[in-house]
Design a protein around this ligand. Structure first.
Ligand code: MG
Length: 391
């Protein structure tokens, strides 16, 4: 096998010309010899799986807090579902499967405990010191915070993986990153370019995954009902299809009906995305991965599917994410994060030494809290305030 075949993880001919290719990687921040048996993107994927931040995802909230039930998605199972969807679509589109897998498994590493509730409070606490954003934090985790290697901080991932992790970035932050790393991971925001096709694919796989599993978990929790869901045209369409194909399934009770509706809805989004993306690619004919970044995104849903998904998201926002019970839980979780931030800032001695000794104390406190799992945050909150929340 020649080196280019080995370094792609499969034969050249199988990868589209516009796919990212490890042999053309812009490399790592600290030079390392290439691995003999894995391509650069595989190696990145493996480093992510072995990281501490990845293991913590199992006890971090997606929508439902970790202690609310064992069957709800956590950040870990969500990331695995995104990876599964992204890989199978990447294979169909001849994009680099190892890169999409690395991106999918890393995309939520920077999430705080308690989901968006935690992120909002940390952002408010950090306002005077540059704020907090989970996507930037994901990059910070792989660039700085993981400490496993003797020669560098972070995981020393390839440029393509780091750039794909940075999904959004306000211009102010992009300029700041660009000053530290010229022509680096934020450069595309300044130039108005799209991310790699693999990163585009991963972002939409994330959306497909959470729309389906939030419906599933929402119904499982009892906060939304199937009847309510039938107000959403996308759900209604697959409910009707299912009833036609399996008359009597509704009368059986149990979870098979909803599972089948969601399975059909998810597959139709995957097929729609693949068809629309193929069409855009054949129209644009990008000769290489750089040309694929110019103009509007090439990985996309059809306008009709996009409209259907937008309506589903609106429903989820109204009926689930803003459900009084979810809002009440969110408020309590926000209180926990706020108390932790105040406690560590007032008493840095309560932090582990490596955080307490950092000259940038507020950022150190923020990094420490952001890395916590839900249950560790609650335990620390009890230790520092004597209060028990969610018991
Ligand atoms: Mg996600």
């Amino acid at each position: 096998m020649n080196w280019s075949a080995m370094s792609s993880g499969r034969m050249w001919a199988e990868l589209a010309p516009y796919a990212s290719h490890p042999a053309r990687s812009r490399g790592r921040r600290v030079w390392e010899p290439a691995a003999s048996d894995r391509n650069h993107f595989q190696r990145d994927r493996d480093r992510i799986v072995h990281s501490t931040a990845f293991r913590r995802l199992v006890y971090k909230t997606q929508v439902f807090l970790n202690h609310e039930g064992d069957l709800f998605r956590t950040r870990l199972t969500h990331s695995l579902e995104v990876a599964q969807l992204a890989r199978s679509m990447a294979r169909g589109l001849a994009l680099h499967e190892d890169l999409v897998e690395a991106l999918a498994l890393a995309h939520d590493l920077g999430h705080t405990p308690f989901g968006h509730a935690g992120q909002d409070v940390l952002n408010a606490c950090m306002k005077p010191y540059g704020g907090f954003e989970h996507n930037l934090q994901s990059l910070r985790v792989v660039d700085v915070l993981e400490q496993r290697y003797p020669d560098f901080d972070g995981l020393n991932l390839c440029f393509e993986t780091r750039e794909g992790i940075l999904k959004h970035c306000p211009m102010r932050v992009a300029r700041h990153i660009e000053a530290l790393e010229p022509h680096g991971v934020a450069h595309r925001f300044i130039q108005g370019l799209q991310p790699s096709l693999e990163a585009q694919l991963c972002n939409l796989a994330d959306e497909i995954a959470y729309n389906a599993h939030d419906v599933d978990d929402g119904v499982r929790s009892g906060l939304i009902s199937l009847e309510q869901l039938l107000q959403v045209p996308l759900v209604l369409r697959f409910h009707e299809e299912t009833e036609q194909a399996h008359p009597g399934l509704a009368r059986q009770g149990g979870r098979r009906l909803l599972s089948e509706v969601l399975r059909r809805m998810l597959s139709s989004q995957v097929h729609d995305l693949m068809a629309q993306t193929r069409e855009r690619l054949s129209r644009a004919q990008p000769a290489n991965d750089q040309q694929a970044r110019v103009g509007t995104p090439l990985v996309a849903f059809s306008p009709a599917m996009r409209a259907g998904i937008t309506e589903l998201k609106r429903f989820l926002f109204r009926a689930l994410y803003r459900h009084p019970q979810v809002v009440a839980t969110t408020r309590r979780a926000q209180g926990v994060v706020r108390d932790l931030f105040a406690a560590y800032t007032d008493f840095p001695g309560e932090l582990p030494t490596e955080y307490a000794q950092r000259p940038d104390l507020p950022r150190a406190v923020c990094d420490y809290i952001a890395g916590m799992t839900d249950r560790f945050a609650l335990r620390e909150h009890h230790r520092l305030t004597g209060q028990r929340v969610f018991v």
